[in-house]
Ligand binder design. Structure first.
Ligand code: SF4
Length: 445
């Protein structure tokens, strides 16, 4: 029997889809590349934006056509929208066979077996601890990268940023045990994985589930986890996303800066440079605290690069607030930023505020930040010409297969001409020549 999973949304969903696929394969199912070839289709859904949900519901409707052609087809949904609207959709969408919540991935093989035996609809939405069965299941059939792997270290989020729906759909923070994460990383390293990408909604609060932000001198369980993973033979690079600035204690800053295996590219969500707006967003830090984290990291690791998330047009955001965001972004000099135009999400605190920044102002602010970003990236990259970097090779470049690409430790994309020996997963040294705002071009040494 064949299955097909379509994934929407973030890296957490990509990871969950891979776990679900690995569990189905363990139970005798085979992955296929098209919906038409599948006996089981699962949509792994995202709820972060209204638009995403509309698209997924449209897709679910379209799958009804496939079911009319193949009545034995099983159709299910998982992920955030399944958690929040699964019951409603099971009642409303005739051809939907099952919906499972974000903590029920391990139940999929059992549920599809039951549906094959008896055609009744299944819904399963209970919360579970973070170490649920299957959370560490990976595919080693080539579908996941053989040298780089996502590892989920915690579930949920308890921060309740006023614009965000995640705590409502993914539940409260639950950290996995350090030993289970380290065991998973060891197993991945034994299979040849050298780059570990740790995932969670608030990874810097790992081990501090549901706790208020710590004092600056607190020891950090997340720093302990980074050190434990870096001690594994075979692991060469550790990345993580997303941390919350309020959970950066000095010991985490020291670990990131001093541990050579922790990549020097930190995604540090800013959201706004205005303290007034940060308060309305329920982000428990101010711009001075944010600056101090950046400055302390740069002081110890001058090559470090930053990326961020920013929201423009949050309710009541004035030109002055926006300019504070713009100034702080230029000061930090981010390599990349995910800029979102604010849109209210039903059920969140900010959705009760008047969405009073006109759409055209949001668009204009968005364009200003994007232009700043490009200008900065152009000059930052130009300064790297002549430098030598270690690159983790990913394979042929999408634009020109005669050239190959890989990533620096700072997550910059580097393109080079392969020598016939180099293969994906190798670490090579590349001397940079020409640069653009998005890419470094160089020669293999
Ligand atoms: S930290 Fe805030 S923005 Fe991030 S997932 Fe939690 S509530 Fe959402």
């Amino acid at each position: 029997m064949n299955f097909y999973i379509k994934t929407y949304g973030c890296q957490m969903n990509v990871r969950d889809s891979n776990s679900a696929a690995a569990l189905l394969i363990e139970h005798g199912w085979s992955p296929v590349e098209t919906e038409e070839a599948a006996d089981l289709i699962i949509l792994n859904t995202c709820s972060v934006r209204d638009q995403a949900e509309r698209k997924e519901i449209g897709k679910l409707g379209f799958l009804g056509k496939l079911k009319r052609v193949n009545p034995s087809l099983i159709i299910g949904i998982m992920g955030c929208m399944a958690q929040s609207r699964g019951e409603e959709l099971l009642n409303r969408v005739k051809h939907l066979d099952f919906a499972i919540g974000t903590d029920r991935i391990h139940k999929i093989p059992e549920i599809v077996d039951a549906i094959r035996k008896e055609r009744i609809k299944h819904g399963s939405f209970e919360r579970a601890g973070a170490d649920t069965p299957g959370i560490d299941a990976h595919r080693f059939d080539g579908a996941e990268s053989p040298f780089s792997a996502f590892v989920s270290i915690m579930r949920g989020c308890s921060r309740y940023c006023s614009y965000c729906i995640v705590p409502f759909v993914r539940g409260p923070e639950r950290s996995r045990s350090m030993s289970s994460i380290v065991d998973e990383c060891k197993m991945l390293a034994d299979h040849g994985v050298t780059e570990i990408f740790l995932l969670g909604q608030n990874v810097s609060a790992f081990g501090w589930d549901n706790m208020a932000p710590p004092k600056d001198d607190a020891t950090s369980p997340f720093a302990d986890l980074l050190n434990a993973i870096s001690a594994i033979d075979g692991v060469r690079r550790i990345r993580f996303t997303s941390p919350h600035p309020a959970y950066f204690s000095q010991s985490l800053i020291d670990t990131i800066a001093r541990n050579d295996k922790v990549c020097k590219c930190i995604h540090l969500p800013l959201q706004s440079g205005s303290d007034r707006v940060l308060k309305l967003m329920n982000r428990p830090y101010d711009s001075a605290h944010y600056r101090s984290i950046v400055n302390r990291l740069v002081a110890q690791a001058p090559e470090i690069a930053f990326t961020t998330d920013v929201i423009v047009g949050f309710p009541t955001e004035t030109d002055e607030d926006f300019n504070m965001t713009r100034d702080l972004m230029n000061e930090v000099g981010y390599d990349n930023a995910y800029i979102f135009k604010y849109s209210p999400r039903k059920g969140t605190r900010s959705s009760r505020m008047d969405d009073d920044v006109p759409q055209e102002v949001k668009e204009e602010r968005n364009q200003i930040l994007l232009a700043d970003l490009e200008k900065r990236a152009e000059s930052a990259h130009a300064h790297l010409s002549g430098r030598i970097f270690e690159i983790l090779v990913e394979g042929p470049s999408k634009r020109n297969s005669a050239r190959w690409m890989g990533k620096t430790d700072t997550f910059r994309q580097a393109v080079f001409t392969p020598d016939g020996i180099v293969k994906p997963g190798d670490y090579v040294r590349v001397k940079i020549g020409r640069t653009t705002p998005t890419t470094l071009y160089g020669e293999l040494l």
